[in-house]
Design a protein around this ligand. Structure first.
Ligand code: B16
Ligand code: MG
Length: 214
């Protein structure tokens, strides 16, 4: 039976995937590097420095110091994007999904690669709904490595095969499976082919569909 759920944040509970895209696009434009929504798919779920590395590719002239400055600049633009965020920026059904898991007695965890996740949870007004929020700075390897999902399971004492991971990114689905959890994908039909099940949005989440649940 299901013992816990590991939620991704960006693109699952709120539409920050757009905000991240716009901030990366601004950075790429400033460097004259082509970047579009298709290229952005590969960045979803990937941490800040890893995303920057994907954008820069093998272009020369970007040492660690310059990369740090570029990443900091992107984050300032991203913070501008989410400055006005509040509870109304939760995706429809996000709060209900969290509530249904809590009501069923499941461990509710957050497995977001974002270092801005605690700030965003406060803005969205859902920080109290999580039993634990994994600190991405404390795990060795980012998605698609399983570390953040394994850390979520360990923190609540649930065996990974009894966890359901929910993700909007290919890197995240790979990470969930590498952690030996079931993967629920959020995205349009045809996206995330490796997910065990795909629903268009968190509003379509029905806990009973994943049980042996609770
Ligand atoms: P930050 P998630 C990820 O969050 C985003 O999908 C990804 O686009 C972003 O680069 C990453 O967080 C790091 O975010 O720059 O705020 O630390 O999808 O894992 O919730
Ligand atoms: Mg995501």
């Amino acid at each position: 039976p299901l013992g816990g759920v590991a939620f991704d944040l960006d693109g699952v509970l709120t539409d920050t995937a757009r905000a991240h895209f716009r901030a990366w696009k601004r950075l790429a434009d400033s460097l004259g590097i082509p970047f579009d929504e298709a290229a952005n798919e590969a960045l979803k779920g990937v941490d800040r420095m890893g995303s920057l590395a994907l954008i820069l590719g093998d272009r020369p002239g970007f040492d660690a110091e310059r990369r740090g400055a570029l990443a900091a600049g992107k984050n300032r633009w991203y913070l501008e994007e989410i400055d006005s965020f509040g509870p109304s920026d939760l995706f429809p059904g996000a709060r209900e999904a969290l509530e249904s898991c809590r009501a069923a007695g499941l461990a509710v965890t957050l497995a977001s690669a974002s270092r801005n996740a605690p700030l965003l949870l406060r803005k969205l007004g859902i920080e109290a709904m999580f039993d634990i929020v994994v600190d991405p700075a404390a795990v060795a390897n980012g998605k698609p490595a399983p570390d953040i999902f394994l850390a979520a399971a360990a923190a609540v004492g649930v065996a990974p095969p009894a966890m359901l991971g929910i993700e909007d990114s290919a890197a995240g689905v790979t990470a969930i499976h590498a952690a030996d959890m079931a993967a629920l994908g959020i995205g349009p039909p045809g996206s995330l082919p490796d997910a065990d099940r795909l629903i268009p949005s968190i509003a379509d989440f029905r806990l009973a569909d994943y049980a042996g649940a609770a």
